[in-house]
Write a protein that binds this ligand. Sequence first.
Ligand code: SAM
Length: 288
Amino acid sequence: MMKLYAPSTIREIKDKYGFRLSKSLGQNFLTDKNIIDKIIEATEISEEDLVIEIGPGIGVLTAEAAQRAKKVAAIEIDRNLIPILEDTLRGFGNVEIINQDVLKTDLNGLIEEAQCCRTRIIGNLPYYITTPIIMGLLESHVKADSITIMMQKEVADRIKAEPGSKAYGALSAAVQYYCTVSTVAAVPKEVFFPAPKVDSAVLRLDIREEKPVELFSEELFFKCIRAGFGQRRKTLLNSLSQLNDFTKEEIREALESAGIDEKRRAETLSLKEFAALANSLYKREKRE
Ligand code: SAM
């Protein structure tokens, strides 16, 4: 099989198809077999699994996944890459190439249709929409078991961050609520063609079967997180005053009954504390 990850192959493909890499679609292709192997190994694909790949490019990860999975659904927005993928993946009867924007794709529909035992999502994500893709998957309650994805190192740092650190924010709290997070690899910018400006990292997110905190209202929990981090330099009492459904006094009482000092900032709150706060506000809302 062609070494799809070799820069010389990428150049050949560009010449053969007159293909031009699109910066705006985040097309930085992987050229390091070692990193490709790490992503595939960490995904633990079995022959019963459906793999959904976001942004296959010319198919470096797709070809590896197709050798292990029952089925691979590869979602690529760039229609100029479709004839290339049809060519590079010609030998695999279990790959479906879908020319679509992943943000507009009904992934749960795909998963139900495939009727596989487990679903693994993989991807070397386009940087310009990494956060919307991750949050879209989680907020739509995608019926997948794990998500192994490459992203900008700075975003990976934010996802993994612990309370009290500079990188901790709404993204950390949201992803850690839905998933357990582990680091698969740190990836230097030099292993891409063309090289982006920043380094990357691969994370594996395992979607939790049971949530880490009990909530009366998930919606209110996320409202608190968004309001808290929306003005992260302000004290909680002030930042939470953005929640229009509550008076300042109600917020003060809720913070007190959750055992949280009103002068603290959102960046110091654990998931448990956000949950206690949201639950305490919920009780106040219901009292009326
Ligand atoms: N997987 C390939 C690799 O590792 O070499 C390509 C990765 S490249 C960083 C990101 C890929 O995502 C590109 O092929 C790009 O065209 C595609 N892409 C960008 N936006 C997308 C979207 N909204 N939906 C699906 N694919 C998208």
